[in-house]
Design a protein around this ligand. Structure first.
Ligand SMILES: NC(=O)c1ccc[n+]([C@@H]2O[C@H](COP(=O)([O-])OP(=O)(O)OC[C@H]3O[C@@H](n4cnc5c(N)ncnc54)[C@H](O)[C@@H]3O)[C@@H](O)[C@H]2O)c1
Length: 520
């Protein structure tokens, strides 16, 4: 029986010895680049270079050459997974838990190198890179323990002459489709949950980050997950779509944009030839995350928390703050202080310790953020900016906007970049009305010193994760189970006690124990 779950401790970056180790890990990794990332179908591996991941801070640097999965690979991987559901799915939960815990140990041993790979492949600044590796380890350790709980089933009412049992059994073949922004933790969370519950997985990683997902697959296989239970199909959206449509896939775990999530939900709802089950879809989608600042808020606390939530990792977290709703009585004061803070942000390379805002992931992302920035500028709403450095890299300035007109796309759409909009509200009730009017409901924040306002916002807020008097990013496994409502997601919360339930079906057995002639 493993010990009680505890979160993996993050690195102490304030120590120069730790920083030196990271610099060494990055130099070592750079000597190995580009990495080769194969397509893995069961025990078969095929190298290739059809899919290339590059450094967002220096797009000429190739980080990995990956194979690109074909339609035939999708069919073969699902066939392998059908085998995997029998072998791995029949293993006792204790064996599965041990394999996941061994995979966590594999990642732990290599955490510096993997963090360095996050810096290169996804331009994650060091604190975020390290946190992503720790979160991946947490998911493995946490879901391993949940698997042991799940195996016990649930107690039912027993009456004389009857034996009742409720068990959880794996769904079968799970397709996991992941985004790039938590390039290890998110694929790890979805994959390890499905595996913990006894399913076989076919993983389609984000095309921007194949090398990081490959680390996960290596960890799982080294930990003892058999090849037929975890296949790996680097590729673009078409590979994901083919998996979703496959009649022998039982469940889809997807994290990504609303646009793709909608397609997946619609495609998975179709019954195709040879399919005799409904598909379960677990979809974690985008957000438009608001922070409410009441008139009594402590601005010393609110300003750094809002700026960190909006601009760390260049605003590319699904949980990032994107809109501030501030009571008009303190709006000028807050805006002045946010502007001062934004002007001091350091926009720079992810590898430089002290960088606040790294480049965004790719050219399309830069162009998208610049379009929203231009919309804010056209509306006369830019209040402060921190400029990016000269030279290559998909940089965007860190931008603070205010006084935007009602209906501006900057206020309503997910930007997924370093742009924060501030809006005045009459009071907290008005702020709650604005939040309630949004289709997204992922994260939200509140700054106040008044317990009555805390109660009011807790009752009215539709978001999946509400954070009070703190930053709104950085959910920790087992402490802040994470996931959105409305169009931000369908699923039970990741890193929470119910997450595995989405990857199992329930079987109830009721036995009459009064039969005559029964042999016991
Ligand atoms: N709610 C959460 O927990 C959470 C966490 C992280 C990111 N996100 C969201 O993810 C988005 C950013 O990630 P992204 O740019 O990688 O998202 P994306 O939707 O563009 O891509 C996600 C994955 O889906 C694949 N895909 C693309 N088209 C597909 C299709 N038609 N069928 C099946 N798969 C397809 C992609 O190849 C990729 O692997 C943002 O909207 C962000 O808010 C949400």
């Amino acid at each position: 029986m493993p010990t009680a779950f505890a979160n993996e401790p993050i690195l102490e970056l304030r120590r120069s010895a730790v920083r030196d180790q990271l610099a060494e890990a990055l130099a070592g990794l750079d000597r190995e680049l580009p990495l080769s990332v194969p397509v893995l179908v069961g025990a078969d591996a095929r190298a290739g270079a059809e899919l290339v991941s590059t450094d967002p801070g220096s797009p000429d640097r190739v980080v990995a050459n990956a194979g690109r999965a074909t339609g035939a690979d999708v069919d073969a991987a699902v066939a392998e997974a059908r085998r995997g559901r029998s072998t791995w799915g029949a293993a006792p939960a204790g064996d599965r838990a041990s394999a996941l815990i061994a995979a966590a140990a594999w990642l732990r041993e290599r955490r510096l190198r993997i963090a360095a790979l996050e810096v290169r492949e996804c331009a994650k600044p060091w604190p975020e890179a390290d946190a992503d590796v720790c979160e991946a380890i947490d998911f493995l350790e946490y879901y391993a323990r949940l698997a042991l709980e799940l195996e016990k089933g649930r107690p039912l009412l027993q009456v004389p002459g009857e034996r009742n049992e409720l068990r959880y059994v794996p769904r079968g073949v799970v397709a996991v489709i992941s985004p790039w922004n938590f390039p290890l933790a998110i694929p790890c969370g979805m994959t390890s949950a499905a595996l913990a519950a006894g399913n076989a997985v076919v993983l389609k990683p984000a095309e921007q980050a194949p090398a990081l997902s490959h680390q996960l697959v290596q960890a799982l296989r080294a930990g003892g997950v058999p090849p037929e239970a975890i296949s790996f199909l680097p590729g673009e959206g078409d590979v994901g779509a083919a998996l979703v449509a496959h009649p022998e896939v039982h469940a889809i775990a997807f994290t990504g944009s609303l646009a793709v999530g909608r397609e997946i939900v619609a495609s998975a709802a179709q019954l195709r030839d040879g399919q005799n089950h409904f598909k379960q879809v677990v979809a974690e989608l985008g957000g438009k995350n608001c922070v409410i600042v009441a008139s009594d808020a402590d601005l010393d606390e609110a300003v750094p928390a809002i700026v960190g939530s909006a601009f760390n990792y260049a605003g590319q977290k699904c949980s990032a703050a994107s809109r501030v709703l501030v009571h008009e009585a303190i709006a000028d004061q807050l805006l002045e202080r946010l502007a001062g803070s934004v002007q001091t942000l350091i926009v720079g390379q992810a590898e430089t310790l002290g960088t606040d805002v790294p480049p965004v992931i790719e050219r399309e992302a830069q162009e998208r953020v610049r379009r929203y920035e231009q919309a804010a500028r056209d509306a006369g709403g830019i209040v402060a900016q921190a400029e990016p450095p000269e030279g290559g890299g998909w940089f965007c300035p860190a931008t603070l906007a205010a006084a935007l007109p009602e209906g501006s796309p900057v206020l309503d759409e997910e930007i997924f970049g370093p742009l924060l909009a501030v809006q005045r509200v009459r009071d907290v009730e008005h702020a709650c009305d604005v939040v309630d009017g949004l289709s997204y409901a992922l994260t939200g924040g509140l700054f106040t010193r008044d317990p009555a306002i805390v109660r009011q916002v807790r009752l009215r807020s539709p978001v999946g994760n509400l954070y009070i008097n703190r930053g709104i990013t950085g959910a920790m496994v087992a402490r802040q189970p994470f996931g959105g409502n409305r169009l931000s997601g369908t699923g039970l919360k990741a890193g929470g006690p119910d997450y595995l339930l989405q990857f199992v079906e329930q079987r109830a057995v009721s036995e009459n124990t009064m039969r005559h002639g029964l042999e016991v």
